[in-house]
Structure formats: C-alpha cells, structure tokens
Design a protein around this ligand. Sequence first.
Ligand code: FES
Length: 316
Amino acid sequence: MGKGRARKIRLVSGLILFAFVTTHFLNHSLGNISLEVMEAGRHLFIRVWRSVPGTILLYLALVLHMVMSLWALWQRRSLRMSVAEGLQLALALCIPFLVPVHILATRGLHEFFGVHDSYLFEILSVWVFQPQNGWLLAAAVLVVWGHGCIGLHQWLRLKEWYGRALPWLFTAAILLPAFALSGFAGVGKQIAVWARDKAWMGEALASFEFSHPAAVLQAFVYDTADWIYLGVAVVLALIFLGRLARKLWARRGARIVITYPDGQEASVEPGLSVLDASRLLGIAHASICGGRGRCSTCRVRIAEGAEICRRRARMN
Ligand code: FES
C-alpha cells in the first residue's frame, strides 16, 4: 500500500477515535456536576457508540489506526524525527499497555458477561477496590489525549485558519482532560464515602448484575490483557528487528548521492526521503510537513540518472 493512502486511512481512523475520546471525556466531565448527570450522559454516549453502526465504526477505526500506525513505523526508514513526532510515537507505543484493562473491564465485561458497567461500577472498581488502576486510567487519559492532540496539530498546522484558532483549541485541549479527571475524581471521593455503608454497597453490587464470581471476571480481564500485551510486544519486536535487518541489507546495495546547496554530500540507500537522509547525517533541514512533499523544503534537482527514475513521484 502506498504511503499516501496509508496516511489517509490513519488520519480518518484517528479522527473517528478522537471523536470517541472527546465525547468520552465530555461524559467524564459531567461528574463535576453529579454522578446522576454523569450516568445520564453515559446513556446518550452508549446509545451512539454501542449501537451497531457506532460499534462497527469505532472498532474498525481502532484496528485500522493500529495497523496503519505499525505499517508507518515499518515504512519509516529513519527513527530520527522532530520532537513532536517523537513524542507522538512514544505516546502511541504506551497506549496498548494502558488501555486494554479499561476496555475489557467495561465493554468487555458487558458484552461477554452481561455486567451493567455503569459509572458507579467503573469508579467503585478503580477508586475503592483497585486504586492502582486509577493511576493507570489517569495516565491513559493523558497519553491518549496527548497523542491525539499532537496528531491533530501535525495535520492542521498548514491550514490557513489554524493560527487564529490555535489559542482556543489549545485552551480546550488543556481544559477537557482536566475536567474529565476532576469529574472522575470528584465522584470517586463521594463514592468512597458512600462505600463505607454496607447497605449502600450491597445495593451498588446488586445493580451491576453480576452473573459470575468476581474471580472469573477478574481472570477474563487480566488474562486477556496479558495476552494483548504479549501480542503487542511480539509485533513491536518483530518490526524493530525487521527494520534492523532491512538496514543492514540496504548497506550492501546501491546508494544515492544527494548534494546539498552548500556542497555537502550524502550517500544514502534508496527508499529514504530527503528529510530522512538529512536527519540521519545531521544536516540541518527545515521541515514543516515531516518529509511528505507538501511544504517544498525537500525539493531536489536530479543531476544524474533521471532516466532510471520511476515516473511516479507523488507521495500523497
Ligand atoms: S519537509 Fe515538507 S517537503 Fe520536505
């Protein structure tokens, strides 16, 4: 698959996931009002995202975004990149290790065991029963949001209107996760007080409609999450080992010589973008689009060998 098409699929699927995450955090934010309002918001939220079209859209976007991101990691010839790109990649690599338990303990338990995974259930679980998971969830909020915001910024920064909208968008990008976390924590503190009352706790547990012992549910969540972690670790290891093997192999083949305007020369293997070549060799190179051929700083003149270049040179 061409880089341009893969990038478009990654962008569209990323936008769908960003819409999901934004509505999810807006829902958490309602906890700043009360648990009841939060639960009412959840009814609306699951009506959209747990409908058949919503479910297909969400999980298709999730799978496509992951596959295209791994494909991009494989295709990228150099891991030298801007700070923003590096941070986006680092956050992306954390997501598969932070989010699975949350998904399995909510939608997973609902779909496979019929658990009523209300906010009361989720917050009681992570605030009272397993507070260590609360920290992981807070980290997941920040990591997922940070990754999405950097991706949006990278996409929009060349748009003419973006500079004017940036202060407003930046403010929203800071406030939304802050409200989401404070909504969650505020309700969590309240629930921790209610949970001291045995009668209240009995009613709360009954409302979750457990049909299996807690040990079975926990085994489902944590054993499945362990398999996901293992699968992700193996896939990442294979990609990085494959990249290393490709790099060693490429050293044996043909080279392309790039001559810079100041006379510096770089000899690189075929397949690298000009930006990649500059970064690999430590040559300063202005870049706005990340080497995608949009901002023109990678413009080249082919001094020799034009006759052996392939005709198609568009990147996207
Ligand atoms: S970085 Fe944009 S064209 Fe090279």
